[in-house]
Design a protein around this ligand. Structure first.
Ligand SMILES: Nc1nc2c(ncn2[C@@H]2O[C@H](COP(=O)(O)OP(=O)(O)OP(=O)(O)O)[C@@H](O)[C@H]2O)c(=O)[nH]1
Ligand SMILES: [Zn+2]
Length: 362
């Protein structure tokens, strides 16, 4: 194994020259434990590393802190610390998959750094939503990564349905590559593999249930590498367990998969939902009362627009359900998180003995 297998290239190398003269070593971050990180070195060794003070203080925002996928400079020392090494610098990201943090904050949240290809998984049927795809494309465009769409579950739809969906996507974004796949019939993993070679990092995004795990499991083959990666168990709850998020794939290349990436869809959907009603917010600005419920309130601009026929009653009914829809998304998100922690727990169990002894978990 060499640094290049981990995605190292001439540009990183050039930037690292200064660090090299200080005796620091390059490593790629494979896990974010919040207080510490997992880092992999060129010889394949993995270390538990701490964030250096300078890197922390120089970061103007959270987005500038090291994230999974980042290349960092490690000072490896035996200063009796609890960690194997300290991060002294973070190299400039060549791509950066990020989203705006949820809630009021407009701060950027980095989901993964230095991802080369992002696969958006969807299907020709129920999940197909061009508005959502627009949002994905906006995120991906900003990231700098190459974007590829997989219309998965092709076995469930006719050739024509798959082709129509493909044409719509190509219309929406002529720069995107679209493939029709079926994880069920093992016609999908070959498409993923065609993009993978040593040093290439990929990520899969898309709604819950579109087949991301199925494709990932096929890429990983028999040995599912989340096992035995568990570390940093704090307290009893498994929710605090963090798994390795950057995984080396058996056939070469790497995959970054973490809850943030998986949740980007929820966030995208919430945003799409809200945006599709932005005209309502616009009209509602003319309501007499700023806390107008748009019912029988006096001076309601929405009701006036409904009467005038410039707003459709159906859309208004949907608008009223917006909060309900957003709540549904939040519930789905919760369910997802439970699924992830259950999955980690299950995988921990299979290799559990050693770890339960070490970290005192059951
Ligand atoms: N018919 C058909 N079913 C599929 C295909 N790919 C996945 N599935 C099924 O769809 C279901 C959901 O697949 P997952 O791989 O768990 O979906 P996911 O995107 O990982 O979902 P989350 O983990 O919630 O994000 C499973 O029952 C799969 O067997 C496919 O190509 N065709
Ligand atoms: Zn009103």
């Amino acid at each position: 194994m060499t640094l290049y297998d981990l995605g190292w290239n001439a540009r990183f190398e050039a930037e690292f020259a200064d660090c090299l003269s200080k005796g620091w070593q390059p490593a790629r971050l494979v896990r974010d434990n919040k207080i510490s990180y997992g880092a992999r070195l060129g010889d394949g060794a993995e270390m538990e590393v701490a964030l250096g003070g300078a890197v922390y203080h120089e970061a103007a925002t959270d987005a500038e802190l090291p994230a999974v996928g980042d290349w960092v400079a490690l000072e490896i020392g035996d200063d009796g610390n609890e960690y194997d090494a300290v991060i002294r610098a973070r190299l400039t990201r060549q791509t950066c998959l990020s989203r705006k943090a949820p809630g009021k904050s407009t701060e950027e949240q980095v989901l993964a750094a230095n991802v080369d290809v992002v696969f958006v998984i969807t299907e020709a049927g129920q999940d197909f939503n061009l508005r959502r795809m627009e949002r994905y494309f906006a995120i991906l465009q900003r990231s700098g990564a190459r974007s590829v769409v997989l219309l998965n579950k092709s076995d469930l739809y006719s050739d024509e349905e798959n082709q129509v969906a493909k044409a719509k996507l190509c219309d929406l974004n002529p720069n995107v590559e679209v493939h029709i796949t079926s994880a069920l019939e093992s016609a999908g993993v070959d498409v993923l593999r065609s993009y993978l070679k040593s040093g290439v990092t990929i990520a899969l995004i898309g709604s819950s249930g579109v087949g991301k795990s199925s494709l990932i499991n096929q890429l990983l083959g028999q040995e599912f590498l989340w096992t035995g990666e568990v570390n940093g168990v704090t307290g009893k709850g498994m929710h605090t367990t963090t798994a390795r998020e950057l995984i080396l794939l058996p056939g070469g290349g790497m995959l970054i998969d973490n809850p943030g990436i998986r949740e980007v869809q929820m966030w995208t959907d919430a945003k799409t939902l809200k945006e599709s009603f932005s005209d309502f917010d616009h009209i509602a600005r003319d309501c007499l009362f700023h806390n107008c419920k748009h019912g029988s309130d006096r001076g309601c601009a929405i009701q006036a627009a409904l009467k005038a026929g410039t707003l459709s009653k159906e859309r208004f009914a949907n608008y009223l359900k917006l909060d309900e829809e957003l709540e549904k998304l939040r519930k789905r998100r919760k369910k997802r998180q439970l699924t992830i922690s259950r999955r980690i727990r299950r995988e921990l169990k299979s290799k559990g003995e050693k770890y339960s002894r070490k970290y005192d978990v059951d």
